[in-house]
Design a protein around this ligand. Structure first.
Ligand SMILES: *[C@@H]1O[C@H](CO)[C@@H](O)[C@H](O)[C@H]1NC(C)=O
Ligand SMILES: *[C@@H]1O[C@H](CO)[C@@H](O)[C@H](O)[C@H]1NC(C)=O
Ligand SMILES: *[C@@H]1O[C@H](CO)[C@@H](O)[C@H](O)[C@H]1NC(C)=O
Ligand SMILES: *[C@@H]1O[C@H](CO)[C@@H](O)[C@H](O)[C@H]1NC(C)=O
Ligand SMILES: *[C@@H]1O[C@H](CO)[C@@H](O)[C@H](O)[C@H]1NC(C)=O
Ligand SMILES: *[C@@H]1O[C@H](CO)[C@@H](O)[C@H](O)[C@H]1NC(C)=O
Ligand SMILES: [Cu+2]
Length: 783
């Protein structure tokens, strides 16, 4: 890199003749330092003069067009689309008519079976391929219906399969749904079944210390607290359920400070679904890291003055971001009243969409989108130039696993898809979440308005450049982004799926929002002190995804290629040479298919039946782009058998219609026997030239510091992965774009500038568009 650029500068100065340039190459090897002969004085225009010339030439006076995306019709039906009203017409009455289900309309009472919800049952891949690649008909539509079965006295949530849809008296049937679950049944206990009884029972204990909790925090508005418990509930293999509750200050009445004001008081309870309160156990009060086994013991210690009082975390500007005065603080930065640079799209959108089918085409790429209430947006049949790369690219589950000395923090492991990540899709803010010229679409399946944006972006550096002696080339890094933001409680996740001109695809995840915290006392091994009595709680974000690759067909293989140090003897050398070489290892079976990133190792997926013209197998490389991590441990007391999707960076399995998803939203109702235990996917199957799924995690170890107040920053909390062509094409395909330039004969004073026929952006930009009227923004429909 240094050799080349310095060399050419040297040549340009000393020997301007092309003929002699080969000499320069030799010279350049000597010219290693930044010294060398001085550059000649050139008569360059001043920057500002240059700029005004450019402006005069560029603008032709006509306003830029606001062209919307080109309307197209998807080549096939989107078979992953959520069920429509047509599909579900008559479904509920039909369900109520099924005598075996014995469903009661509405809530129905404590011992009646009730309907819970329904969504599309994803069609089997074999059926879909017959349709999208062949002459097969569109696969029949099925609903996965969840019912809450209570008539036997126990409460369970059961998934059943209903179809074909729309319901038809003669052909539609229902059956218990077990095949997509490792538990072999879609039935799981309703872990909430006793919740209302548990709350009544708990209030006896909290009331018993009310005269303490009323007086314990004199600076706080009296009795303005609430408590929240473990997530998921603690569960022992023998059926006991438990929860530790933390007291939080709620005096500000503002949801957003809810996770910032812990009070250092906790209590624990344990119950079970088949006993009553007389058998339940109160685990004690915890204050200042001292455990009082009963309310009486706590009372006694308090009366005796044996308790060291800890001040409450109090509301204040420091914790709030939702008010003008608090959001922006400090002196205005120099020149900051002027508007910052702005991206514009002079010719409007340059992609095509079938908005009804949610099918998109951009610069050779094409894909369908599908939506589910738990998992949000997913991509299907991603192709480039008609060749499928991925059958499915979908988010599975987001874990936020906390740790800390206090029992509430220690027993918190949020599973956000189970909370309905898709249902938390929020309206995007033009000019902030996406450029103003982006195309925003509604997602009626998720009841979301302007929840997804599509836009091209011209990156801040070219994707390729080269300085030859007499020419310079450069290619703009124009890429296409599909973006959504999900706000799940205190956290905002931004998901971006990006498509690049070189044929690569990136997935990136960012996290912002309000952190969850712990009382500072004694928590040094788990976090930094970030306010008077507050510790940021260390936690892992681990987001699990599914990438079902189909590289030139479904027969694929994964190989690791490592740079390894080697002492090698060569025929031309008497003594071994210390150097390095490649070590290649095929991932043969599911016994060795759970992998972690290693800086010296590259992973690729290829089809060994499809060599390129040089005999190398065409494939894609899989690489982290953004410091991504998996979960910090192999085991978790909170998660038991739910932990397995999160414990590796990559995990490769054979694709099966019986293993469509790595988790299930009801998994946490039984952490020992979840509906889907990802560990069971790994049963030794052969992975060579099979249909492969690469499950991957995007994650960050989050150790909050004062800079996380009031909000964690997307710029600090992000992770990404890239899939890029590897020996897939015979050369770099970004050379297909017109967004590049060749500057020739550049040292002659009037270089010839060659482009490739792309129109010049010579229209007048209406910058008023860049400040859209955001008073129409209402966050989406989901309130
Ligand atoms: C629903 O069915 C009606 C009647 O068959 C049809 O006209 C309409 O186009 C269908 N709507 C959709 C979204 O498929
Ligand atoms: C059907 O449900 C009702 C309550 O809604 C219950 O009384 C009845 O026993 C159930 N029937 C059967 C066969 O389980
Ligand atoms: C999908 O595949 C599973 C597993 O092979 C099978 O049990 C099920 O019947 C299939 N579904 C349809 C609609 O064919
Ligand atoms: C709180 O009230 C209970 C019951 O009225 C009483 O036994 C206890 O002594 C009181 N505790 C304090 C600290 O005043
Ligand atoms: C610019 O190019 C023209 C045509 O090639 C040539 O005649 C002229 O001398 C060049 N001007 C300078 C300043 O090098
Ligand atoms: C000005 O530029 C616009 C947008 O590129 C183009 O449509 C229009 O024809 C141009 N007008 C003139 C007079 O060149
Ligand atoms: Cu975090």
């Amino acid at each position: 890199m240094a050799r080349h650029s310095l060399g050419s500068a040297f040549c340009a100065i000393t020997l301007q003749l092309l003929l002699l340039s080969s000499l320069c190459w030799a010279d350049s090897r000597i010219q290693r330092s930044r010294g060398g002969p001085p550059r000649p004085q050139r008569d360059l225009p001043s920057l500002s003069k240059h700029y005004s010339n450019y402006r005069k030439r560029a603008v032709n006076g006509s306003a830029c067009v606001e062209a919307p995306p080109v309307k197209i019709t998807a080549p096939k039906q989107n078979v992953w689309r959520q069920l429509t009203n047509n599909d579900t017409k008559g479904l509920l009455p039909w369900l109520y008519r099924q005598e075996d289900l014995n469903l009661t309309r509405g809530y129905g009472g404590r011992h009646s079976n009730t309907y819970w919800d329904h969504e599309l049952m994803l069609p089997n891949k074999t059926d879909v391929l017959a349709y999208i690649d062949g002459d097969g008909g569109e696969p029949a539509r099925y609903a996965k219906v969840t019912v809450n079965m209570k008539s036997t006295g126990e409460s369970t949530f059961d998934d059943i399969l209903v179809g074909p849809l729309p319901v038809d008296r003669t052909t539609t049937t229902w059956q218990a749904l077990g095949y997509p679950y490792t538990r072999k049944t879609g039935s799981i206990r309703d872990i909430w079944a006793k919740d209302s009884q548990v709350y009544d029972w708990i209030s006896k204990h909290t009331n018993a210390v009310k005269n303490i909790t009323t007086n314990l925090w004199p600076d706080m508005k009296r009795n303005n607290y609430y408590w929240i418990g473990s997530e998921p509930y603690l569960q022992s293999p023998d059926g006991k359920i438990g929860s530790w509750y933390a007291y939080w200050n709620s005096e500000s009445g503002d949801f957003d400070t809810g996770t910032l004001l812990p009070l250092n008081l906790y209590f624990g309870v344990e119950w079970s679904l088949d006993t009553d309160p007389s058998d339940w156990r109160f685990l004690g009060w915890l204050y200042d890291d001292v455990l009082y086994p009963t309310s009486e013991a706590f009372q006694a210690a308090y009366r005796k003055g044996d308790i060291r009082i800890h001040p409450a975390n109090l509301k204040g500007e420091w914790a709030e971001s939702g008010h003008l005065a608090q959001l922006r603080q400090g002196e205005v930065l120099p020149l900051d009243t002027k508007p910052p640079p702005q991206a514009v799209a002079p010719a409007g959108a340059r992609f095509s969409i079938d908005e009804e089918a949610k099918y998109v085409e951009w610069m050779g790429f094409s894909f369908y989108l599908g939506f589910t209430s738990n998992r949000g947006m997913a991509f299907y049949d991603i192709r480039r130039k008609g060749q499928r790369i991925l059958y499915e690219l979908s988010f599975q589950e987001a874990l936020a696993h906390y740790a800390g000395t206090d029992p509430a923090q220690s027993t918190t492991s949020y599973l956000d898809a189970a909370y309905s990540l898709g249902g938390s899709m929020v309206e995007l803010v033009p000019g902030y979440d996406c450029p103003t010229y982006a195309t925003f679409i509604d997602v009626p399946d998720l009841n979301s308005k302007n929840g997804i944006c599509f836009f091209e972006f011209n990156g801040d550096c070219p994707m390729a450049r080269h300085s030859g002696f007499v020419y310079t080339t450069s290619t703009k890094n124009v890429y296409f982004v599909v973006r959504a933001v999900y706000t799940v409680g205190n956290y905002d996740y931004m998901f971006s799926y990006e498509f690049y001109l070189d044929g690569s695809i990136q997935v990136s995840v960012r996290a912002s929002g309000v952190i969850r915290t712990q009382y500072a006392a004694g928590n040094e091994e788990y976090g930094y002190r970030i306010h008077d009595a507050l510790s940021g709680s260390m936690h892992d974000h681990t987001l699990n995804f599914k990438a079902d690759f189909d590289i030139l067909g479904t027969a694929n293989t994964v190989e690791s290629t490592s740079f390894v140090p080697a002492a090698e003897k060569y025929v031309w050398s008497d003594i071994p040479r210390n150097t390095f070489k490649l070590r290649r290892e095929i991932v043969e079976t599911e016994d060795s298919s759970r992998l972690n990133w290693d800086r010296a190792t590259q992973y690729r997926i290829f089809n060994s039946d499809e060599p390129n013209k040089y005999g190398e197998y065409r494939g894609y490389r899989i690489l982290p782009t953004d410091g991504t991590t998996h979960f910090s441990s192999d085991v978790s007391s909170n998660l038991a058998n739910l932990v397995y999707p999160f414990t590796y960076d990559l995990a490769i399995t054979k694709q099966k219609d019986t293993e469509p998803q790595s988790t299930h939203p009801h998994n946490s109702y039984d952490i020992w026997e979840p509906l889907v235990n990802f560990d069971n996917f790994f049963d030794g199957e052969d992975l060579v030239q099979e249909d492969l799924v690469v499950w991957f995690n995007l994650g960050m170890h989050h150790l909050p510091h004062t800079g996380d107040l009031p909000n964690t920053l997307f710029t600090n909390a992000h992770a990404g992965i890239q899939f890029s062509p590897l020996n897939y094409y015979d050369r770099d395909v970004s050379t297909e774009t017109l967004s590049q330039i060749l500057i020739k004969d550049k040292y002659k004073g009037n270089s010839s500038v060659r482009n490739f026929g792309q129109q010049e952006p010579v229209c007048a930009v209406d910058l008023s568009r860049e400040a859209p009227d955001l008073s129409h923004y209402d966050g989406g429909y989901f309130y």
